[in-house]
Ligand binder design. Sequence first.
Ligand code: MG
Length: 203
Amino acid sequence: MKIICIGRNYIEHAHELNNPVPSQPVFFMKPETALIRAGLPFFYPDFSQDVHYEAELVLRVCKLGKHISEKFAHTYYDGIGIGIDFTARDVQNICKQKGLPWEIAKAFDGSAPVSDFIPKTEFKDLYDINFSLQKNGEVVQKGNSGMMIFNFEKLISYLSSFVTLKMGDLIFTGTPAGVGPVQKGDTLRAFIGEKDMLKIDIR
Ligand code: MG
């Protein structure tokens, strides 16, 4: 099982980190050991002083595929959840400056808490899914799947031209604006629509 993450998929978020808006999806991966299931805490890593939350809709891949066309991409995922792409921003900024890969800032153990999944068929409109993140009870991020630069089908098609997708793989689809730091003692809660999907205590 692998976790594929999309970067810079919302214009406002690309702008807030002074990144260009990409003409093709940007992606990177996290290992299986990054995954935290719903309800378990996040342990603040000692190699960073600036860990940020990034709330993202997450697709659950339901069958094997390579070179998937956009037309059939919708048949390759069956559930949508929400996750946090925890990022050691201070470490990532050094990687960016030096032109190095992002793994030490993005792929560390516990960096990918993910909620349970809602069956895709329960959504009325896959291009109009609201989601949000609260930190200590205050809304810090709001997004909508319709605001994505590259939609679910485009992402699946593009990713599968490089990497074979397998059942159980997860795709983090990018974060909207409003990313920010967490501290020990904070609590994050992630919502799809009004549904409280994921609670993470930062320890
Ligand atoms: Mg992200």
